[in-house]
Write a protein that binds this ligand. Sequence first.
Ligand SMILES: [Zn+2]
Length: 94
Amino acid sequence: MIVVLVISILAMVAVPAWQYARQRTQARACEANRTKMNDAKAQWMAATGAVPADEPTMADLVPTYIKEIPRCPRNGTYTIGNGNTRVSCSVHGQ
Ligand SMILES: [Zn+2]
């Protein structure tokens, strides 16, 4: 009985810490995706001579500037935006 109690106390401590670590990892992976897309957008603008008001599509960036379409780990939707804005995620923001 005591063993069960100890295990449940350990689980009560470990599970929230694990969930927090998982969320942070997902947020960092999403941030890396957004950075990659911002870089690809800058390369696209330089290569095509686009003005800041121009907005590339995912087809403009993939596969020329990014190998594959990035996926948010929490299924957020990416908004590329134009040259004046940064790529944003519907879950994680900018
Ligand atoms: Zn995201």
